[in-house]
Design a protein around this ligand. Structure first.
Ligand code: FAD
Length: 277
């Protein structure tokens, strides 16, 4: 892998003091790999509003470029504007703009605002201050009416002013390459950066994948299920599988890689070091 291929690392905002302390260490260990930026997720419905902001500001203060994830969640326009103003004032220059999901229990009480509308809102109020990343789904968003529809709405996010997309994770590189081709045919020429999920726990990987519509191929299930969750062997096998996936993506022309680190230095760091040789 070329040393200049842009990589980025995603964190979730820790809830506990121990989690916060650990993230300081993980951030400094991953910063050594010179990512283009870190990003910090935003809890469903805005449930991590202040935790996300505190984590973002901590990473910024430690000297890294950082992108808060953001959705309207349960907030009104004034609430979202206030949060964006606080990011602009802290010289944050990127946002990952999402519709998000509702937390369980919130039912349909709140209205979800589609990501293209959030992108429009950001451009309307902040012009070009922020580089805006949006989400894309090579295996198609679970609620999408059709493949074509999902590509159409991704295009609307770009039409609204998004700069690039980061994908949901996937394990089949063909799904990504086919998706990028379909997007290109529909006039999308912005970067679509693969989201990469390192493997640390087989049970939660299967559960989470079923929820978000990411297919775990049968050969991977067969290979990985024989290891106990969190065992060294599982992680080592996962590093091998994900390194191979990344190599195929890079050879095929992926414009960068975004790693879902799960707030752990490894296995992400091992995969990046493998790729750099
Ligand atoms: P949208 O782009 O709004 O799409 C949602 C669905 O609606 C799709 O089926 C789409 O086809 C359709 N659609 C889109 N626009 C319209 C429209 N205007 N009218 C009608 N239909 C439309 N979740 C979190 O809670 N917090 C996070 O921090 C977070 N980070 C993520 C980061 C990445 C890189 C990715 C890939 C996902 C992330 N998610 C996060 C999950 C994401 O919020 C969910 O997948 C959510 O269900 C969809 O968000 P979206 O921004 O893709 O929505």
């Amino acid at each position: 892998m070329s040393k200049v291929l842009p990589i980025s690392f995603e964190f979730f905002p820790p809830k506990t003091e121990a989690g916060k302390e650990k993230l300081v260490t993980v951030h400094s260990e991953l910063a050594v790999l010179a990512p283009e930026f870190f990003s910090v997720t935003y809890g469903a419905g805005g449930s991590t509003r202040s935790n996300t902001r505190d984590t973002v500001l901590g990473i910024k203060a430690a000297g890294s470029d950082v992108a808060p994830h953001l959705s309207f969640g349960g907030d009104d326009e004034a609430g979202v504007l206030e949060l964006l103003n606080s990011y602009r004032d802290a010289d944050i220059r990127r946002i990952v703009a999402l519709r998000g999901d509702l937390p369980s229990g919130m039912g349909r009480a709140a209205q979800l605002v589609h990501a293209n509308e959030l992108v429009e809102f950001i451009r309307k109020h902040f012009g070009d201050h922020f580089t805006v990343h949006v989400a894309a789904y090579p295996e198609i968003h679970p609620e999408a009416a059709s493949y074509k529809d999902d590509v159409h709405w991704l295009k609307e996010k770009f039409n609204a002013g998004a700069n690039s997309a980061i994908t949901q994770y996937f394990f089949n590189p063909d799904a990504y390459f086919y998706f990028v081709d379909e997007c290109y045919k529909q006039g999308i020429d912005q970067a679509i950066i693969p989201g990469i999920m390192p493997i640390t726990n087989f049970t939660s990987l299967q559960r989470f994948s079923a929820n978000c519509g990411a297919e775990v191929p049968r050969w991977m299930v067969q290979k990985l299920k024989s290891y106990e969750d969190n065992s060294e062997n599982l992680v080592a096998a996962g590093v091998e599988v994900i390194t191979t996936l990344c190599e195929k993506l890079v050879v095929g022309g992926a414009p960068g890689l975004h790693f879902y680190t799960m707030n752990q230095t490894n296995p992400t760091s091992a995969i990046v070091r493998n790729l750099r040789g």
